[in-house]
Design a protein around this ligand. Structure first.
Ligand SMILES: Cc1ncc(COP(=O)(O)O)c(C=O)c1O
Length: 472
């Protein structure tokens, strides 16, 4: 009874338009020459070993390093997740004290903090009022009050394609804190090469950069890269961290897909065609729906906007985002990447075709016209006060201390003033409401008591109205 096979097959039969990861969008031509399952081989004579590469993997990694301008590139078979975890884990023996990170960092960064034992000091994002989302960063906060800060971790670009002013931050680092490693989660920007996109973090001088190659390029899901340059990262410690965190049986299918993604990447023509269609889509929707575009660069802490992310706010039409997504799915066969109470995100990859974008433009225009609100109010779509506007967390234990400590479950209303034993985020955008080791405040309780209004990540007692706390 091949349950998964049957389900996957029937999903494919719907022939949906993909505006989500992976970037190859199921196009077989992007994997020409691949043999499945033939290429699913192990470490055989004449092939190579991921953890000590001397042959074809070493060569392919060198080629990728050359493409991105890195000193050294490591292939990842457990996504950008393992890249974030490994780079933080590798700091353990070299960086004492605190690491400055963004509160909106991906949860794999919290995983990295558990592994490394570092104490986080958070930078809060800037909220864009039109989207009610953390799209920007005040670059000046990144490098102030630097006592005890051993490293800086930034997300560039955000899930929504917006970038902070990394050039400014690295310039300030070079001037004032030349030993400070800058680690960049560029999971959503593996395609940042060439003049059509924001500059890559390596080009801007970051010391370590994580790519989730599968998200936008023609690599298989889970395939990613970790690039390093310069002397601030201890390569030996990084290699050992990767060896601990990555499987001892890496998939050659994933590794070969990373290599072939580098082959196809040099061709800018497919991106150019997509770019032109996105500009037409922006024009078509102007005055009908609020779309994030290059015109938003320079506002609310946004330096640049990557046009391959199409973020649409639908709070000026009569349907909720869930209803809109259902209509897009059933009537137009469009599958977005994610949505919240006001916005829907459509993600492009190298596998999209110009007609996909034309189809999306028609569908969104159709929605805007059919469900136009006229002058009536639609403010019920707006959520609670956003998390990022909360006061900074009260950190009682490092994530690692909390991870290792005794825990118990209590009712939400009994948890005031206790220390959280889990990291709970509202998804999207996935920013922790409370992280492991932080004190539970009245505002956190207010959110938790309105559980049914949100999608949650990391909250085990969600359906029982309970929360895991430290048993101290
Ligand atoms: C900003 C960011 N970093 C890292 C990751 C993890 O990447 P992966 O899914 O490749 O493990 C994600 C995944 O969505 C992400 O959004």
């Amino acid at each position: 009874m091949r349950l998964l096979n049957r389900k996957l097959k029937s999903y494919l039969e719907k022939q949906m338009y993909s505006f989500h990861t992976p970037g190859h969008k199921g196009r077989t031509d992007l994997f020409s020459g691949f043999s499945f399952p033939g290429f699913d081989l192990t470490e055989l004579p004449g092939l190579d070993m991921l953890h000590n590469p001397l042959g074809i993997i070493a060569e392919a990694q060198k080629r990728a390093a050359k493409v991105y301008g890195a000193d050294e590139t490591f292939f990842l078979v457990n996504g950008g997740t393992s890249g974030n975890q490994a780079i933080l884990f590798s700091l353990m023996s070299n960086v004492s004290g605190k690491i400055r990170i963004e509160r909106k960092a991906h949860r794999s960064v919290i995983g990295g903090l558990i592994l490394s034992g570092l104490t986080p000091e958070y930078i809060f994002p800037q909220i864009h009022p039109d989207f009610n989302l953390p799209l920007g960063l005040d670059e000046k906060c990144s490098l102030t009050n630097m006592q005890d800060i051993g490293a800086l971790h930034l997300t560039y670009p955000s899930y929504y394609g917006t970038t902070p002013d990394l050039e400014y931050i690295i310039k300030k680092r070079d001037e004032s804190f030349p030993c400070l490693p800058v680690l960049v989660d560029q999971a959503h920007g593996s395609h940042f090469l060439g003049r059509m996109f924001p500059q890559g973090a390596l080009t801007l001088g970051a010391d370590a950069v994580i790519h989730s190659t599968h998200k936008t390029l023609a690599a298989l899901t889970q395939a990613g890269m970790l690039h390093v340059q310069g002397e601030r990262i201890d390569r030996s410690s990084l290699r050992k961290s990767l060896e601990i965190l990555q499987t001892s049986s890496p998939s050659y299918l994933l590794l070969a897909s990373l290599d072939s993604a580098m082959n196809d990447f040099g061709q800018m023509d497919p991106w150019q065609e997509l770019f032109e269609e996105v500009q037409l889509l922006h024009q078509k929707l102007e005055g009908k729906l609020r779309v994030l575009t290059h015109k938003d660069a320079g506002t609310y802490g946004i330096k640049e906007v990557d046009w391959t992310k199409i973020l649409v706010n639908i709070s000026n039409i009569k349907v909720t985002t869930s209803q809109a997504v259902e209509i897009l799915r059933t009537k137009y066969r469009i599958e977005p990447e994610l949505w919240d109470k006001e916005n829907i995100l459509f993600m492009l990859g190298i596998g999209n075709k110009p007609e996909d974008i034309r189809h999306l433009g028609k569908a969104l225009e159709g929605l805007a016209v059919e469900y136009s609100l006229g002058d009536s109010d639609n403010s019920q779509h707006r959520g609670l006060q956003r998390l990022e506007q909360l006061s900074p967390p009260i950190i009682q234990l490092t994530p690692r201390e909390a991870w290792l400590g005794q825990k118990k479950q209590v009712k939400i209303h009994e948890s005031l003033g206790l220390i959280s034993g889990e990291t709970i985020s509202i998804y999207p955008p996935g920013i922790p409401l409370v992280a492991l080791g932080e004190e539970i405040t009245p505002v956190i309780i207010e959110y938790l008591q309105r559980a049914a209004e949100y999608n949650w990540q990391g909250w085990e007692g969600f359906d029982r109205g309970q929360i895991i706390v430290m048993d101290v």
